[in-house]
Design a protein around this ligand. Sequence first.
Ligand code: 4GX
Length: 246
Amino acid sequence: MRIDVVTIFPEIFPGPLGVGVIGRAQQHGLLELVVWDLRTFTRDRHRSVDGLPYGGGAGMVMMPEPFVRAVEAIRACAPDSAPRVVLTSPQGEMLTQARARALAAAPHLVVLCGRYEGVDDRVADLLGAEEISIGDYVLTGGELAAMVVVEVVARLVPGAVGAVASVAEDSFSAGLLDFPQYTRPAEFRGHAVPQVLLSGHHEEIRRWRKREALRRTLLRRPEMIDAAVLDEEARALLAELRGETA
Ligand code: 4GX
């Protein structure tokens, strides 16, 4: 998979995308991350990327031409890949694990990073860009959001994460939050690891984990329970848990 990022701050990449699983995916040739300086695609002496908003108001708006020329240059580099273009924005559709899976199915993505009050709206129209938000809070620029998009998509590239099972068993793949995890020591500052996990009874452990995943989801993210596809055992465990709190 290839991902291009267009930004006025190329020096902040790869940052966290250069280490760990995502860094290794690049070393192994599974992911190619290419970062472009938006100012390369300006044509005036000052290399301007922003202007005052038409209609008035505070702050600056990013001009369309540098972004459009950047994507044209990227398309010319990879003429057969028909990249999907993403613009990170608080006005976008929420990034979810399902949306990350859909993006990871594309062979080529281009992520555009906006700053200031935003990007001239014609950029999305002209490039067929999908606006994606990483959450309902306000960042200073799109770069951190772009890094999140790259991170969640890149780890879904086949082979990027060592064990296939660890992607499949992630919370959200199952539609529930993860069960609690523990490691040594078995007792720490008076807090013991749940006995069942030390018992070696695989079937009991499996059921306990399923119950605790359901318990956490019910308490912390009840709307996920409504959306989850639960098997008969999960429905029975859930009925027990609801009984405990009723
Ligand atoms: N999830 N921001 C982008 C500038 C901007 C505004 C509008 C395009 C359109 C954010 C988020 C986020 C702040 C990054 C505003 N660019 N991006 N920036 N939350 O808050 O994605």
